[in-house]
Design a protein around this ligand. Structure first.
Ligand code: SF4
Length: 171
């Protein structure tokens, strides 16, 4: 006879790790940290049209001490890198990072001495969202991938798939 048959109806059994993972994944608090044009798409993700609130991650905090997710939205200049690292260090543990857009992931078209060639040189990145700019839906997909990582305790960085784009007529 299994333990499940002993517990009354309506009671679920799980492990503490799974419950904590579920709670963390369902209540992500992103840090407000927009750096360039990608930040506009990040803001749109929180607006009613895309409604990031559906995934429990819309409470953007103005203080890193109340945040557990840094969305690096836009290019990171060499001058800004120490500030970004300081904000990351002030965030609560456990914490996660999403590199949003080509610039944050690999400097994008800005291949010059003033731009950090990938924010993973400054902070560890959990999810890369490609595109210039990625649409709000792609950021939301990135957040969903992060939630999956948190739930499963995976440490491997993931890359969000680029959507299939409609071909131009005759292409
Ligand atoms: S990836 Fe494109 S949209 Fe995003 S910050 Fe860079 S140039 Fe701007």
């Amino acid at each position: 006879m299994g333990l499940e048959e002993k517990v009354p109806e309506g009671i679920l059994l799980t492990s503490v790790e799974k419950m904590v993972g579920w709670a963390r994944a369902s209540s992500i608090w992103p840090c407000t940290f927009g750096l360039a044009c990608c930040a506009i798409e990040m803001m749109a993700a929180g607006a009613s049209r895309f409604d990031l609130a559906r995934f429990g991650a819309e409470v953007f905090r103005a203080s890193p001490r109340q945040s557990d997710l840094m969305i690096v939205a836009g290019r990171v200049s060499v001058k800004m890198a120490p500030v970004l690292r300081q904000v990351y260090d002030q965030m609560s543990e456990p914490k996660w990072v999403i590199a949003m857009g080509a610039c944050a992931s690999c400097a994008g078209v800005f291949n010059n001495y003033a731009i950090v060639p990938g924010v993973d040189r400054i902070v560890p990145v959990d999810v890369y969202v490609p595109g210039c700019p990625p649409r709000p839906e792609m950021l939301i997909q990135g957040i969903m991938k992060l939630q999956e990582k948190i739930r499963t305790g995976s440490l491997k960085p993931v890359v969000v798939d680029m959507p299939d784009r409609p071909r131009a007529a005759g292409a």
